[in-house]
Design a binder for this molecule. Structure first.
Ligand code: MF3
Ligand code: CO
Ligand code: CO
Length: 252
């Protein structure tokens, strides 16, 4: 059984403060995604901006991850390491920002277009965004369970002929980067736990153009699609409050 921590309104306030900074960082990083920009420049920005605002980039040194942010381009599903790669027209890039402010984590990502998007990329990115927001929406239905999230997301993907990544999932967050529960983005046989007041977690569907299968490169981090086709992802940290679901990773 997962041990899902219940957060007090005060703790949720802390995560919201951190979320506002993570969202602001992500939005500014997104504006940098132009042809000719190297992913290490995005990393430099995220590290400096985070530290300047009194926070810590959660990725830096996490399980020996070497950089402050994940930059996942085209067929990279997740955990891309910023470096010498130079963005070019037509690329898609997911930037995944996790900040720690006053001991609390907030985790958010978006997929951005570099220059002019190709039609297939546009459909994939729009679908991954829709999957995130529909996943959030079902949490607000009466008696919602974690398993409802994967059910709605799978349905949306199937309509488009896309697939849902199974090897990486959403997660509880708060005083640790990854807490219970594991939030699956695909359909499950058994109903999951009920989503209750005080629970704080991410939804972060990774949607692939082709197969859902992934493989990890020799750097030990970069996960790519097994068939080399595109992958897109969006992520928010959300909380169940007494007024329903609140997105905590919004810029103010
Ligand atoms: N932000 C990722 C997530 O959504 C985790 C990145 S871990 C890192 O859970 F080490 F790669 F940074
Ligand atoms: Co996450
Ligand atoms: Co993330």
């Amino acid at each position: 059984m997962p041990k899902i921590l219940i957060k007090t309104p005060k703790e949720i306030e802390r995560i919201r403060d951190c979320g506002a900074l993570a969202a602001e960082t992500l939005s500014r990083a997104g504006e940098m995604c132009k042809p000719g920009v190297a992913t290490r420049e995005i990393d430099d920005f995220v590290r400096e901006f985070t530290l300047k605002n009194g926070a810590i980039p959660a990725c830096l040194g996490y399980k020996k991850f070497p950089k402050s942010v994940c930059t996942s381009v085209n067929e990279v599903v997740t955990h891309g390491i910023p470096g010498t790669y130079v963005l070019k027209d037509g690329d898609i890039i997911n930037i995944d920002v996790t900040s720690i402010l006053n001991g609390y984590f907030a985790d958010t990502s978006e997929t951005f277009f570099v220059g002019k998007p190709k039609a297939n990329a546009e459909e994939l990115v729009a679908t991954s965004k829709e999957c995130l927001f529909e996943g959030i929406r079902v949490c607000n239905l009466p008696n919602a369970r974690f398993s409802d999230i994967g059910a709605i997301i799978s349905g949306i993907c199937e309509e488009h002929g896309f697939s849902v990544v199974r090897d990486y999932c959403g997660h509880g967050t708060g005083r640790a980067f990854h807490e219970d529960p594991t939030v699956l983005h695909y359909r499950q046989l058994l109903p999951g736990p009920k989503i209750q007041q005080g629970m704080v977690f991410t939804i972060e569907p990774m949607i692939n153009e082709g197969t859902w299968k992934v493989r990890t490169l020799s750097d030990g981090w970069t996960a790519v699609t097994a068939d080399g086709k595109l992958s897109a992802q969006w992520e928010h940290t959300i909380a169940m409050t007494r007024h329903g679901i609140e997105i905590l990773t919004l810029a103010r």
